[in-house]
Design a protein around this ligand. Sequence first.
Ligand code: SF4
Length: 176
Amino acid sequence: MSKNEKPEFRRVSVDPNQRGIKKKLSMVQSFAVALASRGISNNKINTPVKQLRVLSCFGNEPQGGILPPCEYLLESETGEGMHYCGACGCGDKKTTWLTQHADEYSKLDYPKVACTLQMPGFTNYVVSTPDEAEEPVTRKYYIENLDYKEVQKTPVTIGMQPIPEENKEEEPKTKE
Ligand code: SF4
């Protein structure tokens, strides 16, 4: 560059969505971000968080919605009606089933649990990127923009058994 040439800089769009920044977080996003940043120190998860997790994994078709289950959700071959996450590599075991009978403790009951896709409700949640809003939208974007009243319709039970002592500090294994 000669002495009189001015350096060039890339122009920056005035639209925050074009800069990879969202203007304003949706209610579900704000809630999920707050939960993820707060971390959870209780021994058990609470209902609103579990509702988000169940939506992330199972969708809301059984409640009359249009959100299908996560593409990584797999049916257990050993537990009738049970499901496990095929993305995290934990396998099909009683301890890794995502939901359980009401009196038992399931993976989604853990205070801290991460999701490979970093979906809402999980400890490692990350908000969707602007391109996820383009049709066809991603499941994450769809959940983030659901009316919170719809999230509250998700039926959940919290495992009744106390969390196993050896698992209290454990964050179930996932790949990120
Ligand atoms: S990738 Fe995440 S949302 Fe999908 S089944 Fe696994 S834990 Fe659930």
